[in-house]
Write a protein that binds this ligand. Structure first.
Ligand SMILES: C[S@@+](CC[C@H](N)C(=O)[O-])C[C@H]1O[C@@H](n2cnc3c(N)ncnc32)[C@H](O)[C@@H]1O
Length: 276
């Protein structure tokens, strides 16, 4: 057996062990980046092989906590891809405002910037008061940062630029207070956001959603898991409501493709078809 084949076997065993012990199913994550991150954890921990990591994870839930942190790529920004927020502001909000109550789900919210951006946008469009934003992730470490809403001050310049490009109606400085080297998001934005742990691999759908954003998450999944998660979104959405994916993600060739119209192909905005 080659070294490479042995490593692959050990990685498969690790993923089985994690599923058996903790119920997290990484067997459907895209292999290349998953394997790279596992091998990097093995090296950083000074271990000689993946099997040693498996033993440590099986017997120590704290090691598993670190593993989870490693596995989740939490890169995000305020108003990331500003043109998407501009499109939501200019073309989607007019549909949302026809509902007396609006439910929004950010699946894979990382450290929360996307949810705060949405709260700012909705506030400026006069909709925040009737919105409930659910912002979920399976990484508790990221969720803790999201709940605090405190970010490094050096992000502010980039975030302000994004905000302005998103069709801003005020000044970004109105939404945070700067202190030393950090910026704290305004408490009023948090009122309508619920941050919660939710694992797309196994947890239930949220019901009656008007808008779901799951951006830059599906790229880490293989096509089986992608289809499973898209099916959950399809079940969660009310008819004629909206799904927004990341720049490199698409509904094309997925099992739910026939249940959605393309609302804006460039911005990856889809609209659930009305089933009569
Ligand atoms: C690159 S971030 C994207 C953040 C944000 N949506 C954005 O586009 O800026 C990907 C997030 O997906 C989360 N994620 C990955 N697998 C997940 C799963 N099975 N369930 C829930 N969240 C998951 C990661 O923890 C990470 O925070």
């Amino acid at each position: 057996m080659t070294q490479e084949a042995l490593q692959k076997f050990e990685i498969n065993q690790l993923l089985e062990a994690i599923y058996f012990r903790y119920g997290y199913d990484f067997r459907n994550y895209a292999a290349a980046s998953l394997h790279r991150r596992i091998l990097s954890r093995v090296a950083l921990s000074g271990l000689s092989c993946v099997a040693e990591l498996t033993a440590n994870i099986l017997h120590d839930s704290e090691v598993f906590g670190l593993f989870l942190k490693d596995m989740s790529i939490t890169v995000t920004e305020m108003f990331r891809d500003p043109s998407v927020f501009k499109e939501i502001r200019e073309q989607v909000c007019c549909h949302l405002e026809t509902y007396p109550r609006i439910n929004i789900w950010h699946a894979g919210c990382a450290t929360g910037e996307e949810a705060y951006s949405m709260a700012i946008l909705l506030q400026e469009e006069g909709l925040l008061e009737r919105c409930q934003i659910y912002a979920t992730d399976y990484n508790n470490h990221s969720l803790a940062i999201a709940k605090k809403g405190i970010y490094p001050a050096q992000q502010i310049k980039r975030d302000t630029k994004n905000y302005l490009a998103s069709g801003a109606k005020a000044s970004f400085a109105d939404y945070y207070s700067a202190k030393y080297d950090s910026a704290k998001m305004d408490e009023s934005l948090k009122k309508n956001i619920t941050f919660a742990n939710h694992n797309l691999m196994k947890d239930q759908a949220f019901a009656q959603m008007h808008l779901i954003l799951c951006r830059n998450v599906l790229i880490y999944f293989d096509s089986d898991l992608k289809n499973k998660v898209l099916d959950v979104f399809n079940q969660s959405l009310i008819h004629r409501c909206f799904l927004v994916l990341g720049d490199k993600e698409t509904l094309d060739f997925s099992q739910v493709q026939g249940s959605f119209d393309v609302f804006n192909r460039k911005q990856k905005i889809y609209r659930k078809i009305n089933v009569i």
